[in-house]
Design a protein around this ligand. Structure first.
Ligand code: MRU
Length: 352
């Protein structure tokens, strides 16, 4: 049976986040009681995954406006609102869903601009809840569109965690896998451990096990071996930002998996909502790549594995060129090559 995983619990006076730094050993919620605490939770990866970051930021903005001191004027309100949005925008640079969600909150405010402060507050809370529910609904649609790409009894390799934990629920890449599993396709999953933050080892295996979806954990450097052995039928990953030409930014290591898949003739799919596609960028070269602290590489959990002063590089994402992507599975359908035009067609379909 499908288990309910609720990584983001939006309440009227706080946002409770399932602490993803501690999973799978400890299941504990962190209560964010201000917008500043919410922003810190995003930066510190209490919550992570592109859609989850967006929904959390939206809720953080609603919380910030709720607690805002009575503004002296409209200009004062705007200044405070801008400061709250700026705090959210500065958390993590790569996942475009963050900026998309901030924009949705700005648009919501525009619609209730003339209303008194209590009504604006209420409208922003409603919008945050709406984004949360909408994300789950879109993920289920992504699952439905991706279902037919998963042959019966296939083994799917995935990288990082693009599941219920990375979204408001159900997941994107893992949403497709869930849809296939619950449709009786008898899928098996190979989960890359995903160094350095270990989203695959800690999070993907945890949530798939809860749904009793067969999953086997491998280290990142084993992917090629299993492909060479003919033990991978397809790859499905999520995305943090997709450019207009179909280039995909996702967790570091995704690019290597895509090249390996190409070499072995294995289809490589990306599952993501349209809100992950940034059509203002013509190619992946323009996508900002987050550089994280070197200690994530020098350590595994709290265990140091390298000299404290060793030089380290820690890019959190890489860009997979569109030519390696067999299809982008969205809530309105699958974009296949040439991605530029099929992505544009999906947006036209979505906008009616
Ligand atoms: O650094 P993270 O854990 O936020 O990175 C997450 C990923 O790269 C996911 O694959 C991506 O956000 C898609 S989540 C549906």
């Amino acid at each position: 049976m499908e288990s309910a995983i609720n990584a983001i619990d939006i309440q009227q006076d706080q946002i409770r986040l399932l602490d993803q730094r501690k999973l799978p050993l400890v299941e504990e919620y962190v209560a964010c009681q201000s917008y500043e605490e919410t922003a810190r939770a995003i930066t510190d990866m209490v919550v992570r995954g592109a859609p989850a970051i967006g929904v959390t930021a939206a809720a953080g903005i609603a919380l910030g406006v709720q607690q805002m001191p009575e503004p002296a004027s409209e200009a004062d309100f705007d200044a405070q609102f801008d400061a709250i949005c700026a705090a959210m925008a500065q958390t993590r640079p790569t996942a475009v869903n963050l900026f998309w969600a901030i924009n949705r909150m700005r648009e919501c405010l525009q619609r209730c601009r003339q209303a008194p402060l209590p009504q604006r507050r209420e409208a922003l809370w409603q919008e945050a809840h709406h984004l949360h529910e909408e994300d789950i609904r879109l993920n289920r649609q992504i699952g439905a569109h991706g279902l037919d790409l998963v042959p019966p009894q296939s083994t799917v390799l995935t990288h990082c965690n693009a599941g219920a934990l990375a979204t408001a629920g159900y997941g994107t890449a893992l949403g497709v896998i869930r849809a296939a599993h619950f449709a009786g396709r008898q899928v098996q999953v190979l989960a890359d451990e995903t160094r350095p933050f270990l989203q695959g080892a800690r999070l993907t295996t945890w949530e798939l096990q809860r749904d009793e979806i067969p999953v086997t954990l491998i280290t990142d450097n084993m992917a090629g071996y299993f492909m060479q052995q003919g033990r991978v039928d397809l790859v499905i990953v999520g995305a943090d930002r997709i450019a207009a030409n179909g280039d995909v930014a996702n967790k570091i290591g995704t690019y290597s998996v895509a090249i390996l898949a190409k070499e072995h003739g294995i289809p490589f799919y990306v599952a993501a909502p349209l809100s992950t596609i940034d059509r203002s960028l013509s190619s992946g070269a323009e996508i900002p790549i987050e550089q994280r602290h070197g200690d994530e590489v020098r350590m595994v959990g709290s265990q140091r594995i390298a000299a404290a002063d060793i030089e380290v590089e820690n890019p959190a994402f890489d860009v997979t060129p569109a030519k390696y992507v067999r299809g982008i599975i969205t809530e309105v359908g699958v974009a296949s090559p040439p991605h530029e035009s099929t992505i544009a067609a999906l947006f036209s379909a979505a906008n009616g």
